[in-house]
Design a protein around this ligand. Sequence first.
Ligand code: SF4
Ligand code: SF4
Length: 438
Amino acid sequence: MPKLTFKGGIHPFDGKELAKDKEIVEIKPQGDLVFPISQHIGAPAKPVVAVGDHVLRGQMIAEAGGFVSSPIHSSVSGTVKAIESRLNPTGGRVNSIVIENDGQYEEVEFTPHDYKTLEKSETLDLIANAGVVGMGGAGFPTRVKLSPKDPSTVDYIIVNGAECEPYITADYRRMLEDTEKVVGGLRILLSLFDNAKGIIGIEDNKPECIQKMREATKDDQNIEVMALKTKYPQGGERTLIYATTGRAINSSMLPADVGCIVDNVETVVATYNAVALGRPVIERITTVSGSGINTPSNFKVYLGCNQAELVEAAGGLKEGTEKVISGGPMMGFAMITLDTPITKTSSSILCFDKDEVSKYEPSACINCGRCVEVCPGRVIPARLADLAEHHDEAGFEAMEGLECCECGCCSFVCPAHRQLKQSIASMRKVVLANKKKK
Ligand code: SF4
Ligand code: SF4
């Protein structure tokens, strides 16, 4: 019997009450749209438009720059105003295509397809050409994920509906309001793998979603909706695979090595749009929530839209708001400015009236062992952080530092407020970069 949970993990305040009942509202962008050519893992896309060109909504403006890459499409009609370096949400500067919105939203012609009549290679091409990537945050090109060495060894396509990060309700609303698209996307994915069954994994704090998904799949013999124990990081790839199938992977393995492919809810909807509707990735659902925002909301947002516009649409920041995070409070990153665009991986903007992290000064470890108890990577965070702080790469690797999934549980529980995850994550980057060089 598969286990519906994993070892370790934590139960942070989930804050989902703020936005969970807010229906998805579509907002049209007002200002210029900015499209970073690198909003996925892999080679940056290559612009195929020039300054002064007129473009339509849905038109490809940058093509994939390699096999592991993804094209980018304009979400509005208008004129290419510039191709220049712009700040992206992670704080880095990225070459970006800037489009002046003409407010007409004139679209290219989209061609719907019945996936049952397509060859597998045609379905994969539609997904690749639509620019579908992992929209839960990873940004890995979906076409590549769907192309394992031997597709016949894939037993499970797992839809990640856990949404375990506090405050975010984008997937929750998507599952409630676009149930058929989620199920339709999964059916398309299953058509690519002859031996695969579908699993939709949802935390048990979302009973309405579980019920709707069960109803929508009651005639699909090869799809099972699984209720998962609510616990962070239930939606991590490794923890989700373990909870739903009992199979374990480590940092040197891919999910396909244990016969699994995992896709987030928004990615599965993008797959449905790409194939069934012939529409590229030009919009997504983004939650704007937290104690520092006036009207917590879930928006259908046009990619490239300025994040400040979303915050305004959610009633603006409350006075005294101290911190704004892109992504979840556990794995997201603090933003230095709202003047950055929504990208394919922007699941949320969270605004907080108190900066809980910088409030505390770290002190010495008291050897309480709490970080070890909660670590889903089964490593010793206190020891790894020491090794990271002493730049001991060999020791870090020997102590399995690469098995850390950067979930942040250890920092969350540490009574000494040590920045364990930050130290470990920095060291992981160094070790991985050096391994790549070798
Ligand atoms: S060491 Fe890594 S995997 Fe373990 S709790 Fe800390 S951040 Fe999570
Ligand atoms: S939780 Fe903090 S204080 Fe406790 S053992 Fe880990 S690092 Fe040390």
